[in-house]
Design a protein around this ligand. Structure first.
Ligand code: XMP
Length: 536
């Protein structure tokens, strides 16, 4: 181990690795494109397609047809969305989507748009259909093959198709809606008024699979094993004899990205781990150890703790904190990358939701996310982003298959700015220690109750609030800690975790007993929205 200075104390681990034998480059798997007319539905549809082992890509609704065709999709799915087709400014796709060159399935708004665009009529429904609705299937060919003729489906719409376009027939109806599904088999165009992608339509996956396999003829080729093979070959080709670096955060995305790039190019990859001193107890040692044990990837460990603390001195405002940490991180990373010399490639664990959001984002900024996986494409680097197409659970599966240990694969998400945004007010060493201690107790207790996988995140927050207490007959006036535990699917929305009372009691008594200076522990029972998961 070689140490130098505060800001740059670094450790170079340079075990050499045998290069894995080359893999043949696999062809691109059969793909279905989802056109996004309202983000949440589109992602769910894309996930269902992937669960059916067909590759799916989400594109903005107005993507030109030529661009779509360039991806050689087997089929297209138009998602639902909140608009009405006859509203001014309602989202519309390229009309050539309905030309019959590629099979299309329109769902809810997607079906209404198909009807509208091909000369049919869509109008506000006499009464809104919402929730579980009885469906009568009149044609059990293709889409409804293998299903009963009476089913319960999930509806959520205010508009309906009131006149079919030429060439179409109704293939299912409900009590209130004569066109609950429609088809023009000659052109391969289909529409569903209900939502097959939601779990409330439990047989909906079969309709989607009938569309994928029977109508589009797509083959089930999307597996994480084949993804790893394809990406390994692609990365090897991209990097050639060059050198790559990867910023490790300790989380699964950057760790799996490093493991994959390492699989492709061996020790042409060097990882950089910047310890900003805002990590949880024992975390930095754990990240390094895990990498040594499992990968022996050449690793530069930068101890930048003092440097970050210095930069944060006197900063209490959340956005200022985030900006300061983000800027400092880039500065340290750039310095280290320069020290390493001639790396041309920067590997990152960017995920598909980040890519989709940055392509179509219209939402207001709630907080500036600083993400180790979100370094700007600095100067001379070419990015390697093998997970640009994957969702988090797919990356977890890739990590698992690449041999990452479970504690890393299923690690709770941890924000890039770390404990700094869980120490409200100014970040000092003393206050960080308190937050770190409380955090460790929360996690220990949840882990020993076997509830880690059931919670999306669990942590402690140190408030800039003192309150009166009593210890051994004496008055105390100490810090307040918030315990936060949430359940969530994707971090976009979250519910507070209903942790057992005795567990909460143990957490509170341990924190107040083991951490002098903390006299009160409260449990956060706010969901997201209206709150966010983190406090800053
Ligand atoms: P919020 O607090 O916005 O958090 O509900 C949603 C998810 O994002 C994580 N988070 C971050 N992750 N850099 C990150 O890499 C950040 O700046 C950041 N801020 C929040 C948070 O922990 C939760 O999982």
């Amino acid at each position: 181990m070689r140490e130098r200075g505060n800001a740059g104390a670094r450790e170079q681990v340079t075990d050499s690795l045998d290069r894995v034998p080359p893999f043949p480059r696999s062809p691109v798997p059969d793909t279905v494109v989802v056109l996004d007319f309202g983000a949440q539905y589109a992602q769910l549809i894309a996930r269902r397609v992937r669960e059916s082992r067909v590759r799916s890509l989400i594109l903005p609704y107005d993507t030109p047809f030529d661009e779509i065709l360039g991806l050689q999709p087997r089929g297209l799915i138009l998602s639902g969305g909140p608009a009405s087709v006859y509203e001014q400014g309602a989202p519309r796709c390229d009309p050539r989507v309905f030309s019959g060159r590629v099979p299309v399935l329109g769902i809810c708004y997607g079906m209404q748009l198909m009807a509208h665009g091909l000369g049919g009529r869509t109008a506000p429904a006499g009464h809104r259909e919402y929730g579980r609705t009885r469906l009568y299937v009149d044609d059990r060919g293709d889409l409804f093959a293998g299903l009963e003729s009476r089913l319960l489906c999930w509806m959520s719409h205010g508009d309906s198709v009131t006149q079919l376009p030429e060439g179409f027939s109704a293939i299912a109806r409900t009590d209130g809606n004569p066109v609950a599904a429609m088809a023009d088999r000659r052109r391969g165009l289909f529409g569903l008024q209900f939502h097959p992608e939601v779990t409330h339509t439990p047989w909906g996956i079969q309709v989607l699979q009938n569309f994928l396999y029977e109508v589009c003829g797509a083959r089930a080729q999307w597996t994480m094993a084949s993804f790893i093979e394809t990406q390994t070959a692609a990365i090897r080709e991209q990097v050639g004899d060059g050198r790559a670096i990867c910023a490790l955060s300790g989380g699964v995305d950057s760790a799996a990205a490093a493991a994959l790039v390492h699989r492709a190019v061996g020790d042409q990859l060097t990882c950089i781990f910047v310890d900003h001193g805002l990590l949880r107890r024992g975390e930095s040692e754990q990240v390094i150890q895990t990498f040594r044990d499992h990968f022996q990837i050449p690793l530069v460990h930068v101890d930048a703790r003092r440097r970050f603390l210095g930069r944060l001195a006197g900063v209490a405002e959340p956005e200022q904190k985030r900006r300061a940490i983000g800027e400092e991180f880039i500065a340290v990373f750039e310095e280290e990358a320069r020290n390493l010399g001639k790396a041309q490639f920067l590997a990152q664990g960017t995920l598909y939701p980040d890519v989709i959001e940055s392509g179509t984002r219209t939402a207001a900024r709630i907080k500036t996310h600083h993400n180790v996986g979100g370094l700007p494409a600095m100067l001379q680097f070419t990015l390697i982003e093998p997970f640009r197409e994957l969702f988090k659970d797919e990356v977890r599966e890739v990590g698992r298959q690449l041999g990452l240990p479970d504690e890393m694969v299923f690690r709770h998400p941890f924000p890039g700015p770390g404990l700094a945004i869980r120490v409200l007010g100014e970040v000092t060493e003393e206050r960080l220690d308190l937050a770190r201690g409380a955090d460790a107790i929360v996690l220990e207790e949840i882990r020993s109750a076997g509830l880690m996988r059931e919670t999306w995140q669990a942590f402690a927050v140190l408030l800039p609030v003192h309150s009166v207490g009593v210890k051994g007959d004496a008055r105390t006036y100490g810090h307040t800690v918030v315990v936060r535990a949430v359940t969530s699917e994707d971090g976009m929305t979250a519910d507070w975790a209903r942790l057992p009372e005795d567990l909460l009691e143990r957490v509170a008594s341990r924190i107040t007993r083991e951490l002098p200076g903390i006299s009160r522990v409260v449990y956060d029972i706010t969901s997201k929205p209206p709150a966010t998961i983190e406090w800053e």
